[in-house]
Design a protein around this ligand. Sequence first.
Ligand SMILES: *Cc1c(COP(=O)(O)O)cnc(C)c1O
Length: 393
Amino acid sequence: MKVPLLDLQAQLSYLEDDLIAAVTRVIKSTRYIQGPEVESLEQEIAEYSGAAYGIGVTSGTDALLVCLMGLGIGPGDKVLTSPYSFFATMGVILRLGAIPVFADIDPVSFNIDPLKIGELLAADKERKIKAIIPVHLYGQCADMAAILKLAEQYQLPVIEDAAQAIGAEYPIVQNGILEFKRAGSMGTAGCFSFFPSKNLGGIGDGGMVIAQEKAIAERLVLLRNHGAHPKYYHKMVGGNFRLDPIQAAALRVKLPYLERWHKQRAENAGCYNRLFTETGLVATQKVQLPASVFAEDLDGGNAGRNIHIYNQYVLRVERRNELIRWLVQNDIGCEIYYPVPLHKQECLGLLATETHCPEAEKAAEETLALPIYPELSSDMQLYIVEKIVQFYR
Ligand SMILES: *Cc1c(COP(=O)(O)O)cnc(C)c1O
């Protein structure tokens, strides 16, 4: 049996006609920059995520970049983030001449550890840290209650890197009442990527920022279009970060499927967890709840919440390189997210040597992502688990 890590062909079988119709609609409209498709998607994503504003941009990377530009981050500033993420999270900080500061991750959720954030902020006597970028890795929100509390204490903006987590719900207890907030809607701004492998993926690059405050949204709208208002009058230096209407139209075809896809991914994860737990051979990925929330809170009426949207399903394994060779031999797709933590990347030069993040380093050596896409069949999952069991026995 052949099981790819991701199979976009499987969803094309039921989306193709609608995608072609949507793209054709844009072509025939001759509205090739901004326009109604982009505006509608912005409203739909903002509403879906529980945010007031959506600002379509070129990619998830540019979503992060434009947010930091909007905050005025520049040379001499520091930005606190996770050492265990896709490069873009750190790349945007460096591109603005700022310095990334890394708080190590929690070993269970793989997300930034608020205790470490607290330590770094307390040690930052000169107040050089100007923003926090938590990453909702693999599709599970970082511990936002704790992060927002620290951000408030130190008066810092929080930019959520929700590139892998659109629609993920974070349980939060406010005034004794349990509520659920969606990824991206909790911080100063939240960033989504529509890279084709994300849970909501376009037919090319795309991204979006969501925000709750009008002033912030307006600033981002300016920055996305060279800081111009009106046209040819530039209040600030921005860039061309506009979302393509063809992508917006394609994403509007896919958005109505997103909840179903989340559920299918979560079912697949549950199936893996059951099968792997029986074997006791590998450590499966766990859902990590905030301290104020109990597992029982997620029963009953809250049973269907997207606590984890499983953009990736990640194991911790021993003898990883051998296992990967074995899986490839058996036509099973897999990938390491991520083999080198950000604080160890070569491009950092001397900055790299100062930081120690043992949990991120350990994760980089042990993690392995398996196929988890919605159309993955239970036969395929059985086959994958069988092959992994065979390898370890
Ligand atoms: C995908 C991703 C990005 C970048 O998104 P692009 O659309 O590829 O630019 C940023 N951060 C994280 C965590 C991602 O997974």
